[in-house]
Structure formats: C-alpha cells, structure tokens
Design a protein around this ligand. Structure first.
Ligand SMILES: Cc1cc2nc3c(=O)[nH]c(=O)nc-3n(C[C@H](O)[C@H](O)[C@H](O)COP(=O)(O)O)c2cc1C
Length: 182
C-alpha cells in the first residue's frame, strides 16, 4: 500500500474483531518503530507488547476505563526512556516535568508511534492512539520505573467498523508561507 493511501484511509478505530494480530505483522510494526528517525539518533523509545487479557483490562481501566479498548487484541505501550539523553541522576517524570530532554524524547517516540500506526494501516490493521491516563497509574500497571514516560498506548487489531473521516482544518488555516502569519 502506498504511504499516501495509508495516511488518507487511517481512522481511529474503537471496535475490533475477535481476531489476533499475526506474529509476522507484529514484527513489522515493531520494525517500523525501530526504523523511525529520532533526534541525534538517540532512540529513546521502548515498546511494551501487551496481549494478555488481564494486562489489557488493567491498561484500559487506568485509561479512564475506556472499555472498548479491550476488544483490540494487541496494545503497544510506547515508552520514552529519558536515560538516552540524561544517563544518570535522580529524575521523576510526570505531566509537570520541565526537562527539555523529556520533550525531545516524547517528540521522538511520537514519531516512532506514528510509524507503527501507518505500518498497521498498510498491513490491513487498524489502531487508535491512547494517552488518556496519568503517568503514575499506567506506570504502576506496567511496572515501569519513575524515570520513564509513557508517551502513548497504541491499540491495534482488525477493525469491526468503518468510521467516516473526522473533520480537519483546511490547508489555508494551517499553512503559512516564509514566516508566521497568525
Ligand atoms: C496523542 C493522542 C491521544 C489520543 N487518546 C485517545 C484516547 O485516549 N481515547 C480515544 O478514544 N481516542 C484517542 N485519540 C484519538 C483521537 O481522538 C483521534 O485521533 C481524533 O479524534 C481524530 O480522529 P481520527 O484519528 O479518526 O482521524 C488520541 C489521539 C492522539 C493522537
């Protein structure tokens, strides 16, 4: 599938068929993250593959109890490891953390996450980004140390709905030329 088609037909899907994601496809999804660009090639992303029923239930619960999530057979938690940029010293990361390096890591892991999403689309899978949780709660469920930041959980599976395209601003509204024109 062409990149253009994957970009245009992707939707956030919130109903999934009861069908697993094949191992070969999972490997391609993770490869898509691995091959993504990152600032200074720091590669701070770590990816937790979650397929267990109980774990998916707990992740959905701490994501404001979005029950529909559990229909998807596969979750990939996209975690930023700031140690790629700040190797040592005490650090606690949460929604208020000011570090520039954390912002850089979140940026990079987001790019990796979108690589996964577009690769999923190209493989006939669908997905939805999830970021409606607190660091504290999601870290506890996934046993992630306090110096890591959960950028998103991607829920992935075979769609059982075909949502229409959601509205977007026009190019006129979002594109400026040569300098800021707000
Ligand atoms: C970072 C991020 C976090 C999101 N978190 C959630 C979420 O917790 N629950 C949800 O149902 N959708 C979530 N979404 C999906 C957005 O609501 C969706 O992308 C937006 O409404 C546009 O729809 P579309 O993806 O179908 O084009 C998230 C999307 C992004 C990019």
């Amino acid at each position: 599938m062409e990149v253009q088609k994957a970009i245009q037909q992707r939707r956030s899907v919130r109903r999934y068929k009861d069908a697993p994601v094949e191992e070969e496809k999972l490997t391609l999804l993770l490869e898509a993250a691995r091959l993504a660009p990152t600032g200074s090639n720091t590669q701070s992303g770590r990816f937790i593959v979650i397929r267990d029923d109980k774990m998916r239930t707990q992740v959905a619960q701490v994501s404001h109890d979005q029950k529909w999530m559990k229909q998807a057979p596969l979750f990939i938690a996209c975690v930023a490891d700031i140690r790629a940029r700040i190797p040592s010293g005490e650090l606690t990361l949460d929604e208020q953390s000011p570090q520039l390096e954390l912002k850089q890591c979140i940026r990079d892991v987001s790019i990796q996450g979108e690589h996964i999403v577009l690769q999923a689309e190209a493989l006939g899978l669908s997905s939805c980004w999830i970021a409606w949780y607190t660091q504290n709660e999601i870290r506890q469920v996934l046993e992630i140390p306090e110096d890591k930041y959960v950028v998103a959980v991607l829920v992935i599976g075979y769609a059982d709905e075909t949502p229409a395209a959601r509205p977007r601003k026009s190019l006129d509204e979002i594109v400026y030329h040569e300098k800021w024109q707000g």
